[in-house]
Design a protein around this ligand. Structure first.
Ligand code: HEM
Length: 120
């Protein structure tokens, strides 16, 4: 096999649909559509390292074969790491608890209970 190309973390981050698993670079841009685990789960890792996640799932030997076919080269582990900002999605914003809304709700319930107790 010819010498593998090396990619810096920046090049992987800027490519369209590359991921890193065990310091190897894979082009999953086409594969995402066929991924049995769904496309979004991989798209989240575009440009990033998903070694942990890939291994945690316990992918089959078949999955390893598929992965081998998508191999592009090795990552230059001495290159500067890049942090990819995650785009704000509705899912993200919903995860943050909205303390104002919660406070208003608590006050409303308190007022309701107070008024109810006054009537009795
Ligand atoms: C990037 C290369 C990847 C390849 C080539 C790949 C390949 C596959 C294949 C072939 C399967 C079918 C089951 C099996 O054979 O093990 C599968 C299932 C699955 N994969 Fe991946 N996968 C990749 C990345 C990921 C990542 C990064 C995640 C999670 C963050 C993930 C999550 C899953 C899940 C949850 C399933 C199970 C789906 C189900 O059984 O309902 N995969 N993957």
């Amino acid at each position: 096999m010819s010498a593998a190309k090396t990619y810096t973390y920046k090049e992987v981050a800027e490519a369209n649909g590359y991921v890193i698993i065990n310091d190897k670079v894979y082009d999953v841009s086409e594969f995402v559509n066929e991924h049995p685990g769904g496309d979004e789960i991989i798209m989240e890792f575009f440009g990033k390292d998903c070694t942990q996640e890939f291994e945690d799932i316990g992918h089959s030997p078949d999955a390893m074969k598929t992965l081998a076919k998508l191999y592009k080269g090795d990552v230059d582990t001495t290159s500067e790491k890049v942090v990819i900002e995650k785009e704000e999605t509705t899912e993200n914003t919903q995860q943050k608890p909205d303390f104002t809304k919660i406070a208003v709700l608590i006050v409303a319930v308190a007022v309701f209970l107070y008024l109810k107790s006054q009537k009795a």
